[in-house]
Design a protein around this ligand. Structure first.
Ligand code: NAP
Length: 494
């Protein structure tokens, strides 16, 4: 671990104790006894070991979750008591916020300022938001168009046992954004965090026990996606999967879910455009575009990774972005001065550098950055690529790193077509002072979230999800709750 920057003693104590799987309210080793190394991406050191779960561990978790769903304290708990429980979990995370932030930074690499001011508070706020939903899940009454007298109503019931499979870019936030609505709806859960970043999920497991979540309601199985994730996805005892991750794995889940036709929510990849009109406030637009692609080292599903600017302003905007990029301070996330941490893993580091190499090979020019940074850890310089054409891999494929591809646009009427020239449709951001142009373009862009004169904004009450190959369904708000319920119609003849 970087010699100069160590976690606090409290966080080190957490790292030093053995991590186990949470099944049926108790901690246990994986059936195989095998473990995976947890690597600090800032220097490649091994900081902990986590259990490598197996199919048998998933089986045990599903049995426990089914039992908890059908009988016992959880099945009998009132919505108001579920709300109190969610609120208690939020309070407990908040009370340990420094420790959660340090664990997230050590595990993922992100700057401690981001873990402290974004990841952990957003997770706490989301749990409190979902707590409010417990008492507000409701059906409707409906008219019956038949002779006679009837009362017809719909009931929203929990969908059952749900598998929550999460990625590594916002580990705690992703877990909580699924756990909150699942528990609010009355489901029971098997959570499988990403193998690279399981620490905050495991610490969350301890919080759940401290909060007196009944046994079996939340089970946490760490391990490989190809083993644990696949076993959850194929399991006949799981009623729904809520997945966030790559489009490739998302597609594989469709096949895996076929056996029992389990419900699927898929939050997948993106290749989102940032569009700057000539009349935009350029200072704000440059800062917005820069933040959108470079924060969290570009490992954000809604990162604005494709930039479109009118040709006559291209140099001015790109120069502004080069300056913006040069101001990031790359370093270990635990250093409070760091504004850009490493990528999450050696594999991701190699992948991003391969994309930059592919751009060079295909004839694009690297305007700034373009290299690995430092002698240890998985750092990549914030990178801006120009002279691209729409067929290049860096324009079409999701890189998931701090790499912006910039295109000069000759005809503004082409903007919608350029923005939509992607298999993805997760988000887009438009910068202009002319709100009418902004709305017109927003209507034409096929994406789940569009921001105007702002970088990405997310919150548990704002529906989130993708068009096209960015996913199926929506998380957050009423739509997010509904995705964890089944609708039942009850008709009574009077
Ligand atoms: P990933 O490789 O698809 O992994 C996501 C999760 O799926 C991990 O927990 C992974 O486990 C698991 N997994 C892997 N193979 C599996 C299988 N065969 N069956 C079931 N689960 C399996 O994605 P990632 O690299 O972690 O995350 C980056 C991707 O997530 C990007 O594409 C990004 O756009 C997307 N993302 C989307 C959103 C959104 O809301 N739309 C938000 C954040 C990220 P292991 O890690 O243990 O292999």
């Amino acid at each position: 671990m970087s010699a100069l920057i160590k976690p606090t003693a409290q966080t080190q104590t957490v790292l030093d104790r053995p991590f186990q799987l949470l099944i049926d309210g108790a901690w246990s080793d994986s059936k195989s006894g095998e473990t995976l190394d947890v690597v600090n991406p800032a220097d490649g050191s091994v900081i902990a070991k986590i259990p490598a779960g197996t199919e048998q561990d998933v089986d045990r978790a599903v049995v426990a979750a089914r039992l908890a769903f059908e009988a016992g304290a959880w099945a009998r708990m009132t919505p108001g008591d579920r709300a109190k429980l969610l609120w208690r979990i939020a309070d407990l995370i908040e009370a340990r916020k420094e420790e959660f932030a340090e664990l997230e930074t050590l595990d993922n690499g992100k700057p401690i300022t981001m873990s402290t001011w974004v990841d952990v508070p957003a997770a706490v706020a989301a749990l409190r938001y979902w707590a409010g939903w417990c008492t507000k899940i409701a059906g409707e009454t409906r008219a019956v168009d038949m002779p006679g007298e009837f009362v017809a109503m719909t009931l929203r019931e929990p969908v059952g046992v749900v598998g929550l499979i999460t990625p590594w870019n916002f580990p705690l936030m992703s877990a909580v954004s699924k756990l909150g609505p699942a528990l609010a709806a009355g489901c029971t859960v098997i959570l499988k965090p990403a193998e690279q970043t399981s620490l905050t999920a495991l610490r969350l497991g301890e919080v759940l026990l401290d909060a007196d979540v009944p046994p079996g309601v939340v089970n946490i199985i760490t391990g490989l996606g190809s083993v644990v994730g696949a076993a959850i996805a194929e399991h006949g005892g799981v009623d729904k999967i809520s997945f966030t991750g790559s489009t490739a794995v998302g597609k594989s889940l469709i096949g895996a879910a076929r056996g029992n036709l389990k419900r699927l929510t898929l939050e997948l990849g993106g290749k989102s455009p940032t569009i700057i009109f000539p009349d935009a406030d350029l200072e704000s637009a440059i800062a917005g575009a820069g933040n959108s692609i470079f924060r969290n080292s570009g490992q954000i599903c809604v990162a604005g990774s494709r930039l479109y600017v009118a040709r006559n302003q291209f140099d001015q905007v790109v120069d502004g972005l080069v300056k913006f990029a040069s101001e990031f301070k790359l370093g270990p996330g635990l250093d409070p001065a760091t504004t850009m941490g490493p990528l999450v893993s050696d594999a991701q580091h190699g992948r991003v550098l391969d994309y930059i190499a592919s751009a060079r090979a295909e004839g694009a020019s690297v305007i700034s950055g373009g290299n690995a940074f430092g002698t240890e850890g998985y750092f990549v310089e914030p990178t801006i690529i120009g002279d691209v054409n729409p067929q290049m891999r860096v324009v079409q494929e999701e890189i998931f790193g701090p790499v912006l591809v910039a295109t000069a646009v000759d005809d503004l009427d082409e903007l919608a077509a350029l923005a939509n020239d992607s298999i993805y449709g997760l988000s887009a951001s438009i910068w202009t002072q002319d709100i009418s142009s902004a709305y017109k373009l927003a209507k034409k862009i096929r994406a789940g979230t569009i921001t105007i004169n702002s970088g990405s904004i997310a919150g548990p009450n704002l529906p989130f999800g993708g068009f096209k190959q960015s996913g199926w369904g929506r998380e957050n708000g009423a739509d997010g709750i509904e995705s964890f319920t089944e609708l039942k119609t009850v008709i009574t003849a009077l």
